[in-house]
Design a protein around this ligand. Sequence first.
Ligand code: NGS
Length: 390
Amino acid sequence: MSPRSLCANTKRNQNILKISVFALILLILLQYYVMTTTEHRLRVLAIGLRNGNSLANLNATAGTGSKSSRLKTPPFSVLRENGSSVGTTLPLCPVVSPELIGPIHVIKRGPAPWNWLERNLLVEKGGRYKPEGCTSRHRVAIIVPYRDRDDHLRLFLQNMHPFLMRQQLDYGIYIVEQAGRTAFNRAKLFNIGYAESIKDYDWQCFIFHDVDLVPEDDRNIYSCPDHPRHLSVAIDKFRYSLPYDDIFGGASAISREMFEKVNGFSNVFFGWGGEDDDMSTRLRKHNLIITRYPERFARYRMLSHKAAVKNRERHSILTQNLNHSHKDGINSLDYKLKTKEQRPLYTRVLADVISTKVEDDTRWKDNPRLLQLVKEIGSVDLARAYLSSS
Ligand code: NGS
């Protein structure tokens, strides 16, 4: 072999060696990446779901936005020691749950079938859960007003259970369904949820939550601080900005103590709008300040739906109610409970929101139009005023 071809051969061998070493390093790095992400996903999976789910569902549960799998330091003071689960002797859970992952990928479309959800979301009957190895610091009832939105309900539960589990809460989800076809009364359903849930357990904190809102970051802790907290600060549909300072709709947290102090929500708002503003007025009256987490944590996706029917009377009811909150609320709550059952993923409360007093009142007998209006508006005075002006 000539010295020239010998030299070319050596060069080729060196190149092959270089490429092989490079490929080996790449392979090792790739394997390391796969191992660490899989380990993280399995850890997250173990919290909420059984093994054997599809990768799409793993993604949805584990979250894709956060590089660090666990939060080493609390981003802000998130939890306070305000009690513990009833009937356990385990040590208190850490102040900041080690299971938090930060931003979460929200499942917005294609809800899983009920039987899949029931097999894979590891909660107790009635949608109850408490952490296994420690005593939760918070007993939280999630109250969701509801009617005819099966897709939303499945998406809500699919997103929400793993989210709440990671926060190490002792919680229960109550879906409070309005029976009949009269205008939707969101606030009264909240009051009914409160009244029915405290019959089951000593809840210390209430989250009043719309079924079409799904949180995007689990650092948005569902606990109750000393003052009420408006949770849904930044919603995608509203370009992640707060419509106005006093807004209290969407999702909010109020301790039982404060909720009782302000006499709960008003019962007289039928149809869309105003009931949350009425609650803001109640809070202000009692010198309670609406608090909020920073926008980057309190982010939500809104599930798409048709616009609700607006309550044309909402502004006058708001004005009328300024001095009535002490007699319109949980102390005047009147409803007919049709069903209460512990389903696998939530407690279902089905109620007729029409006050029994209205239906039993014989004065309406001769005036079915007025009766209908009273049922829809919830106020005799307003119904009369409405009839005389129309
Ligand atoms: C106000 C409504 C609130 C409602 C808020 C935001 O105008 O009930 O808009 O609604 N108050 C009245 O109508 C008096 S939103 O567009 O975000 O769904 O919560």
